[in-house]
Design a protein around this ligand. Structure first.
Ligand SMILES: NC(=O)c1ccc[n+]([C@@H]2O[C@H](COP(=O)([O-])OP(=O)(O)OC[C@H]3O[C@@H](n4cnc5c(N)ncnc54)[C@H](OP(=O)(O)O)[C@@H]3O)[C@@H](O)[C@H]2O)c1
Length: 265
């Protein structure tokens, strides 16, 4: 298999990666010859994903079970990953989806859990990984968030509100770590075909009386390219950002949404 992005051997942790966007990213990176650690809560699904990755060939994959809402899990994830990979060049932060709902549908416990899931997990992962990343010859950090940080989506109040902090972190770290050669960027997916998109469609279907299929078709109509994206398409963008072809990209937030976002900036 020919590597397009020249990232063979790159040592990467990808979080929330047994399914969906994280798994799509893992597949692309392993095909490209990277050495990755995938992670999620459910052990059975995680090891099924690992098995699939190890059948792709080219790179290598390992799995560490971890819940992103638990600081001690993230500390262990980083330590075990560094042991298996012999160091760390990059983290690709993906998080589990927050509970869908408008402000009035959510309780205070949802907000506190949301803060751990969508903000503290990014801080913990960065905090524990940074000492290793600073020793790398090709260091980078990529956070996967959502187009909702640019244009809020009515039914996902937690995502609209909390993920913006991660973009504050991107800009802060891009300035703080740039001189040390660490590039820090974010990727903002639009509609990507995963279990999460089905969850949002089913939540909206319940509110509107439409079928899930109708809701998905409404989403498709919103996208100028006329379709929902695939997890691996997010993976290609991430592979590029990890590579030396992106050597002057730092502090950027890049949408991958088929043209969904309407705003100019
Ligand atoms: N799909 C979209 O259109 C879209 C668009 C924009 C943003 N996003 C965001 O991108 C992220 C990934 O979405 P997705 O569509 O790939 O979701 P998904 O298909 O539901 O997959 C979620 C992944 O996250 C893991 N996960 C969930 N909670 C976790 C936790 N607390 N700790 C560790 N791992 C956890 C899941 O495994 P376990 O359940 O086994 O832990 C699974 O591997 C989410 O934050 C989502 O809100 C998605």
């Amino acid at each position: 298999m020919v590597s397009v992005f020249n990232i063979e051997g790159l040592r990467v942790i990808i979080t929330a990666s047994s399914r969906g966007i994280g798994f799509g990213i893992a597949k692309v990176l392993v095909r490209e010859g990277a050495r990755v650690v995938i992670s999620s809560r459910n052990k059975e699904r995680l090891y099924r994903a690992l098995h699939e990755l190890n059948n792709i060939g080219s790179g290598e994959a390992y799995a560490v079970q971890a819940d992103l809402t638990r600081r001690e899990d993230i500390e262990r994830l980083v330590e075990e990953s560094v042991d298996r990979l012999g160091g760390l060049d990059a983290i690709v932060y993906v998080t589990g989806p927050p509970r869908p709902g408008r402000f009035q549908d959510l309780g205070l416990n949802d907000w506190e859990y949301g803060v751990r899931l969508l903000i503290m997990s990014a801080v913990w992962l960065t905090y524990y990984s940074l000492p290793y990343i600073l020793e790398s010859a090709n260091p980078s950090i990529t956070y996967v968030t959502s187009v909702a940080v640019r244009e809020p989506i009515e039914t996902i109040a937690l995502s609209n509100t909390l993920r913006i902090s991660v973009h504050g972190l991107v800009k802060t770290l891009a300035r703080e770590l740039g001189r040390k050669g660490v590039r820090v960027n974010a990727v903002l997916p639009g509609y990507i075909y995963t279990d999460r998109i089905r969850e949002i469609a089913s939540d909206k279907a319940m509110r509107t009386g439409k079928s899930e299929e109708e809701i998905i078709n409404d989403m498709i109509k919103e996208v100028p390219l006329g379709r929902i994206g695939r997890p691996e398409e997010v993976g290609y963008l991430v592979a590029f950002l990890l590579s030396n072809y992106a050597s002057y990209i730092n502090g950027a937030s890049i949408p991958i949404d088929g043209g969904l976002l309407k705003s100019v900036f």
